[in-house]
Each structure stands twice: as C-alpha cells, then as structure tokens.
Design a protein around this ligand. Sequence first.
Ligand SMILES: Cc1ncc(COP(=O)(O)O)c(C=O)c1O
Length: 407
Amino acid sequence: MTGAPSVSEGALLRELCAESAGKQGSGPVQAGAYAPDRGGDGLSKKLVYSPAQALFYGNIPSDVLFFCRKGLHFSPMMRIMKRLCCEGNETCLMVYRNILDALGNTPLIHLSTMTGPDDARILAKFEGLNVGGSIKTRTAYRMIEAAEAQGLLSPDSIIVEPTSGNQGIGLALVGAVKGYKVIIIMPDSVSAERRLLITQYGAELRLIHDDGDIGKAIDDCIATANAMAESDPRVFMPNQFTNPENLQAHIQGTALEILDQIDGPIHGFCSGVGTGGTLTGIGAVLKKKFPDLWICCAEPEHAAILSGGNIGTHVQMGIGDGLIPDILDTELYHNINIVTDEEAISTTQALAKQAGILCGLSSGPNVCTAMKMAKKLGKGKTVVTILPDTGERYFSTPLFQQGWREK
Ligand SMILES: Cc1ncc(COP(=O)(O)O)c(C=O)c1O
C-alpha cells in the first residue's frame, strides 16, 4: 500500500463498512482489491482486502484488480481503495483491460422469501450476473488460460467443444476476446437462445439431433468433436468433462469467493451436475473448511443416472447430461434429490416472482433442493447453492410459458 488512509478517509471507510454490514446482514463488505490465481494452492495465497482490512494490511502487489459489486457505496469505497493501493502505480487498474478482467465476484444473495421462519437461510451465488451470463465463463477462461500456459494453443488453433450450451457460450466469448476460432457442437434440443448467443460471439455451431435421449445426443457430440480433433492438428478440445482446470476454476475461484463472502459456518451445499465441476470443486473446498458440511446433489427425474434411473429428455438445461462425468467426485455428496421438471420450472419462476432473480432452468433444481435442506437443517443454519445462469436465454422454453402446466 502506498499511502495510509487519512483520518477522514479512515473514518468514512469505517462508517461505510459498518453501514454495509448492517444492511447486508452478516458478511464482509463487497469491495476490495485482490490478486487472482496467485500462488500454488490458491487457498492460502489469495489476497483479499475489504476496505476495512486495507486499513491494516500493507504490500498490496502491483497487479491487483479491483472489485466492488455495484450498489452500496461503490464510488466512495473505490475512490479510497484506489488511492490507498495505487497511488503512483501505473499498473494498478480501475479500468479493466478487457471483459475477462471483470470475471467472477458474483453476489451471494440471501433468498429470504424462499424459506419459512423455522428454516435455515439459503444463500445463492447468482452467476447470471457473471460475464457471459453464466458460471461457465469461469471454466472456459480457466481452461483456455491453462492451455495457453502449457503451450497447447497457437494463433491458428481451433477450439472445438461438445457442450449442451453455456460452456459453448463461455468459450465463444473467451475466443472472441483472445482471437481464437471456436466451433461448438451441441444437441439440437437446447434452447434457440443459446445457439444464437454462441454465433453472436462469433463462434461456429454444429448441431447434432437429439431424438429423445439426451445421453446419446451428448455422446454423438463428443464423437463428432473427437473425429475433428483426430483429423485436424489445429484443433484443441478443452474437454470440460475431463479437464482438471474445470475443477480448478471452482476450487480457486467460485469456492474462495463464497468463503470470502460468508463470515459464519456453512452447514449445507447443493448443486446439480453437468460436468460435476461446480459440485466437486466448490463442495471439496467448503468441506475442507467445514468437515460436517452436508452436500446434496440435485438430479433431474428424467436423467437420474447418478441414482440409477433412466435417461430421457428434460427441461433442466445444463444438468443431467445422461453421463457420469470423470471429474465428478461421487463420494463427496451424501444424497441425491430427484427434481421433476415441474418443480424445476415452478421454483425458477418463483425466484423471479418472489426474489426478483431471473435465472435459468438449472437454478430451480438447486433452490428446491436447498429449500428441502433448509427445512431439515432448521433456523440458524446456512445452506449455500448456485444460480448457474441468467433466465434471459430461456424465452423459448417452458420457463416463460406461464400456463405451461395446463397445456
Ligand atoms: C445452466 C447450467 N447449470 C448447471 C451447469 C452444471 O455445471 P457443472 O458443469 O459445473 O456441473 C451447467 C453446465 O454447463 C449449466 O450450463
């Protein structure tokens, strides 16, 4: 840190922090400076400074980025943080170099209207507000950065990925910023909006027919991508289903953000499974910190492969791909909550109507699972879950058909 806070700055920061803490309930203030991905395990070396901490710590490194959730006290806090940390340091940025610098640090939202008075509180990390509108921009970025670091990519590389949607959008976005050609292979049963978004980011789309068996359609997508990789040496396949960097994006990113955002203990965590990166990555880090953590997996009724069920087609896009992914740690979760399409849709709709959160169709399964956990755990406990994407890519799906049950 180059300067000490002036008496009036210190007083103002303390005032803002106290006021924010009061308004937001418990938990640290959402503003600060941090150095992402610094140091081996990412657990001990990651530097996070709230404005209050910034008053006491020194030596903020030169490549810090700033984050602050827009809203409460954004401007005054940021002004003081910038002066404290960046004075005379040209590499300290308030302006992001590109959209990827704005990745992560999504808000954790108390879903107070989704639980009863005797239930545990549910805190949901809203990834619909992330860059690219979903949690999968994190994994796209991490997989591409790692491939670059390992020398696996060159300017003429073609990034090819079989995916049921959001991973494709994330890769198309990262490819657009970094200048790579991207080809996404996906089942034709995914929403039209996802296809449009991928092409809008400049990627090419290849559609594979889903004739009512999502597992087979995904297998066909994977086979098509493998064939392309075999026939063209320029092809790089991130392969989100096996790539350990998918997990690392959550271990070193999403999970640490959650720990930074909550000051008290976490008693329950739940998530659906697409690649299993979210459940395994976040679950493992939270479990390490809270050994008694109850981890529950949400699974679509018509693709309940983890529960030994049959695979069909369902509306819970993003989870239940009809396969058991390599990176999913099936020992980590304690039980599985089977979610019907009706529950998924009605809970996702309730999130918009009761909490003002417009999220996608895999958020409903997570929240209705969290609601059951909250009932079992009871008042005073905390359940964390994820809202993986924005609802604005589901206009053509049953999510937006208000009378869908009667049809
Ligand atoms: C909307 C949505 N929800 C949930 C998931 C599942 O995340 P993960 O692949 O980490 O299991 C995905 C993955 O693509 C997704 O797109």
